[in-house]
Design a protein around this ligand. Sequence first.
Ligand code: CLF
Ligand code: SF4
Length: 493
Amino acid sequence: MSPPMISLKSLTSTTTMNQLLATAKSTACAASSCGSSAKPHDVEPAVWEKIKDHPCYSEEAHHYFARMHVAVAPACNIQCNYCNRKYDCANESRPGVVSEKLTPDQALRKVVAVANEVPQLSVLGIAGPGDACYDWKKTKATFERVAREIPDIKLCLSTNGLALPDHVGELADMNVDHVTITINMVDPRVGAKIYPWIFHDHRRFTGLEAARILHERQMLGLEMLTARGILTKVNSVMIPGVNDEHLLEVNRWVKDRGAFLHNVMPLISDPAHGTHYGLTGQRGPRATELKALQDRLDGGAKLMRHCRQCRADAVGLLGEDRGGEFTLDQIPDEVSYDASKREAYREVVARERDDHLAAKKEAIGMIKAAGSNGSLHFAVATKGGGRINEHFGHAKEFQIYEASASGINFVGHRKVEQYCRGGWGEEHALETAIAALEGIDIVLCAKIGDCPKDQLRDAGIRAIDDYGYDYIETAISALYAEESGAEPLTATA
Ligand code: CLF
Ligand code: SF4
C-alpha cells in the first residue's frame, strides 16, 4: 500500500511553528515505513556528515536544501576574460553579478532574515562578486558573525585560489568545511589565454608569468585544504578552443591532489555582458559538447552535474533565486534569529529522505531487472523534494535523468522560458521549451494541458502527468519497465 505523501511544499510555505510541527507529525508514518539508512555507501560517514545537507556537494541534498550567497567581497586580484564584475543587473544570472553589495553587518541581517523565512537554508556561501580570499577581512568578519548567531549553518567559500594559501589555517579554525577553487588550467600557456593579469605580492603580473604564479598558488591551496580535511570542489569553466581538451588534464591533476568534486561549467559569453570573451566573439559550449566532455571525464575526479551557475547573491534551492525577496530595503533594521522553522523542517526531511532512498533503491532494482539494453531520457518538472511536483507550464527548468540497464542517473538540467503566465500559454515560450528539450524521450510533470502535450508529441516527446507528486525514480522505473515490457513497479509515494 502506498504510504501517505509528504508535501514539502506544505512545509516550506507554512508560516507558523504550530502548523509546521503539525505537518511534520502527520507525515511521521511515511518515514516509519522505511528502515533504510540515509547514508550512501560510497562515502565515509564523516564525509557524509559534511555533505548531506549541502546542496552543491550532494546531488541528493539539492532536492531538499538551499544555499544563500552574500555579496560582501567585491575586490578581486585577477582578471578573467569571462568576467567584468558588473554590479547592477538583476536580470542576469551568472557568477560575479549582483544587485547590491553588503557590509558584514548587513550580510548578517540578511542571513538571519532568510534563515527565519526559508527553512531549507543550510549553507552560507561567499562567492564574490570579487574574490572571497582576496577581500579576506570582510569574508572573515561575515563568517564569524553568522557562525555566532546561527552555529549550525555550513560556511562555504569560493575563490580563484591566488590568495587562498594565506588563509587556509584561518578557514580551518573557523570550521569552514567546503571550499571551491576555480581552476581552468594547469598549463600556464593555456592560462595566458584566460587571464590577462594578476595582482600578487603587491605587484601586477601579466602573460605566462601571471598564469604560472596563479597555477602554483592554486595547486598549493588545494594541497593545503586536502591536508586539513576541508572538502574542496574544483570549478572549471569550459571554453571551447581554449581549454576544453585541456580540462581532461586538469581533472587528473586535481584528483591527484585530493579534490572532492570537479564541476565543469559552460562559459557564459554574450557581447551584452561586456566581457573580453563576449566582445571578441568567444563562444560558450553547446549543451551536447558539455555533456560529451563530462562523459569523457567520468572515472576521474568525481563530477558535479547539478550546478546552476548562481549569482553571487543567490538565495534558495539551486535552480530558484529568491534573492529579490530579501533586498536590504525589505529587511527590518533589527532581526533576531528564530531556529524553529529550520529545526522542524530538518526533522521532517530526515524522515522523507529515508523514504525517498528506499523508493529509489526499489526503482533502481526494477530498472536493472527489466533487462533492457536501451536508454531513455527524461525531463522532470520539479520544485524539489525529489518529486514530480511542478506543472509543465510553470517550469523554468527541467531536471534531466537517463535511465538505462545501469540504473537512473541525474545528468543535468535544461533551463526554459516559463510557458504559462497568468493562465495563458505563450506560444513562443513553448517553441523554445520544445527546442530546449531536444533528445528527450519523456517529459514528467504534475500537470500539463492538451495543447502543449500535443505539440510535444508532434516533436517526438511524450508528456506524462500520471505520476504527479510521485518520486522521480519511481515514475522513471515504471515507465522504463513498461517500455521494456517488464512488470511495472507499484508507486511507493
Ligand atoms: Fe555557493 Fe559554491 Fe558554496 Fe554552492 S554555489 S559557494 S559551493 S554554496 Fe553551487 Fe552555485 Fe554551482 Fe557554485 S550551484 S555556482 S557550485
Ligand atoms: Fe571575476 Fe571571479 Fe575572475 Fe575575479 S576571479 S575576475 S571575480 S570571475
